[in-house]
Design a protein around this ligand. Structure first.
Ligand code: SF4
Ligand code: SF4
Length: 92
């Protein structure tokens, strides 16, 4: 006997690049803070950010887009110069 089971339809994605539509920044409890005096503009934090929430500004310093940053702290962990620290998110 073949068992069957009805399941509801999962997430349906019709177009690529849909993650831009989902601003996941509200999940965050901690936010990254950059200390420019320690940053050497190596861009490793940009490489490691799993959400691609970091861009590099015209001055070469990383910029975190808080609409997408989930506050995972990987950027702070990977920065060997400790130029990024995670600070408590405050109510906006
Ligand atoms: S990893 Fe650290 S030193 Fe390198 S760009 Fe990011 S914050 Fe600056
Ligand atoms: S805390 Fe996580 S999501 Fe936010 S910028 Fe750093 S690595 Fe990216």
């Amino acid at each position: 006997v073949k068992a069957t089971k009805k399941v509801s339809i999962g997430g349906t994605i019709f177009e690529p690049g849909s993650s831009v539509q989902y601003k996941t920044g509200e999940w965050r409890t901690l936010r990254p803070m950059l200390d420019k005096s320690k940053c050497t503009k190596c861009a490793l934090c940009w490489v490691y950010c799993p959400d691609m929430a970091i861009t590099i500004g015209e001055d070469g310093f990383p910029i975190c887009d808080l609409d997408y940053c989930k506050g995972c702290g990987i950027c702070a962990e990977e920065c060997s110069l400790k130029a990024i620290t995670m600070v408590e998110e405050v109510e906006r």
